[in-house]
Design a protein around this ligand. Structure first.
Ligand SMILES: C[S@@+](CC[C@H](N)C(=O)[O-])C[C@H]1O[C@@H](n2cnc3c(N)ncnc32)[C@H](O)[C@@H]1O
Length: 281
C-alpha cells in the first residue's frame, strides 16, 4: 500500500456522506464505502498533476498563486518567518503522524512542514494552488504529502485524527480544526503581527496604523503560546515588490494613485512580523 493509499484509508471521509474512503485499484480516484441510505459510492478523482479534487471551487486565481509562488520561492524574504513556524510546530508536536495545512496555498510552508510528519495534507479551495503544490511535491519526491481541493470549513478528514493543524494567512475555521484534531493535538494560526509590512504601507498611505489582531482567532480552545517572528528586509526589484503587494489584503483596497507610489520604487525596506498563535485541544 503506498503512502497516499494508507493516508486516505486511515483518515479520509466522504465529504458528501461521511463514509470511509479508499483509493481505487488504478490509483486514479478515491471512492467512499457507500454505506449510506442510497448505497451510493461517491467518487473523486486525482488530477493529472496529482492533487485530489473534491469538487470545491474558488479561492486564489492562477495569477495570485503564481505571484505568491514567485515571491516565496525566488526570494529569501519569508524564509526566517517560515523557519519560525517550522520550529514552533516541531517544538509542540515532536512526533507527528498527521499534519493538516488548512488553506495551504501553493504549498510553500506545507512542503517544509511535511518533513515533520509521517503524512501531511494541504487543503485549499483553489485548484491552481493545489496543482502547483502537487507538482512541486512530485519534483521534490515528497511522497507523504498530498494536496486536495476542499474548503477549510468542511474538511474530508475523520474526527480526532490530526496531531497538528496549521492555518497560515488563510480563513480560520476553529470548530472544524477542533473536530479533526486528536485530544491534546495543536492548532497553529499564523497571521500578520502589529508591524507586518509597515514599510510597504508607509510608501502608499499618509496615515499608517499598526495591524489589529485577527478577528477570527479561536475562542474555544486553550491558547498556549504566541510566537513572534519580527525582522526587517529589503525587497529589490519592481517585480518582487509587485508580487508581495498582490499577496496582501491592501491589493484589493488601495486606490490607483496610491498603488502607483509603490509601483514607482525599485527597492522597499519593510518589516516582516508573523504572529504564530498556538492552541491545544
Ligand atoms: C493568503 S493565501 C495563504 C496561502 C498559504 N497558507 C501561504 O501562506 O502561502 C490564502 C489561501 O486560502 C485559500 N482559501 C480561501 N478561502 C478558503 C476556504 N474557505 N477553504 C480553503 N482555502 C481557502 C486561498 O485559495 C489561498 O490559497
Amino acid at each position: 500500500m503506498n503512502n497516499h493509499e494508507k493516508l486516505i484509508r486511515e483518515h479520509f471521509i466522504c465529504p458528501i456522506c461521511r463514509c470511509p474512503m479508499e483509493m481505487t485499484e488504478d490509483g486514479k480516484s478515491v471512492k467512499c464505502s457507500g454505506d449510506n441510505p442510497k448505497n451510493k459510492r461517491h467518487s473523486f478523482d486525482f488530477s493529472a498533476d496529482g492533487y485530489l479534487s473534491f469538487g470545491a471551487t474558488g479561492g486564489d486565481s492562477k495569477e495570485a498563486v503564481a505571484a505568491r509562488r514567485s515571491f516565496l520561492r525566488s526570494t529569501p524574504n519569508y524564509k526566517l518567518a517560515a523557519e519560525s513556524i517550522y520550529h514552533t510546530v516541531k517544538h509542540y508536536v515532536p512526533e507527528c503522524k498527521l499534519l493538516v495545512d488548512a488553506g495551504c496555498g501553493e504549498g510553500y510552508y506545507t512542503s517544509m512542514l511535511a518533513d515533520l510528519s509521517e503524512s501531511t495534507v494541504g487543503f485549499d479551495l483553489s485548484k491552481f494552488a493545489c496543482s502547483a503544490g502537487a507538482k512541486q511535491a512530485r519534483r521534490d519526491g515528497k511522497q507523504s504529502l498530498l494536496f486536495a481541493t476542499a474548503s477549510v470549513f468542511e474538511l474530508p478528514i475523520n474526527d480526532g485524527c490530526a496531531d497538528a493543524v496549521t492555518n497560515i494567512f488563510a480563513p480560520c475555521a476553529e470548530e472544524e480544526y477542533k473536530r479533526i484534531l486528536r485530544e491534546g493535538g495543536y492548532l497553529f494560526v499564523v497571521g500578520a503581527g502589529k508591524n507586518h509590512l509597515m514599510g510597504l504601507k508607509r510608501v502608499m498611505y499618509e496615515d499608517v496604523y499598526e495591524n489589529g489582531p485577527r478577528a477570527d482567532l479561536p475562542k474555544n480552545m486553550e491558547h498556549v503560546d504566541c510566537v513572534i517572528s519580527h525582522y526587517a528586509m529589503n525587497i529589490s526589484g519592481k517585480e518582487n515588490i509587485a508580487a508581495l503587494f498582490s499577496m496582501t489584503p491592501y491589493y484589493w483596497r488601495t486606490s490607483e494613485a496610491d498603488k502607483q507610489k509603490l509601483a514607482s520604487i525599485e527597492s522597499l525596506e519593510t518589516e516582516i512580523e508573523f504572529e504564530i498563535n498556538v492552541y491545544k485541544k
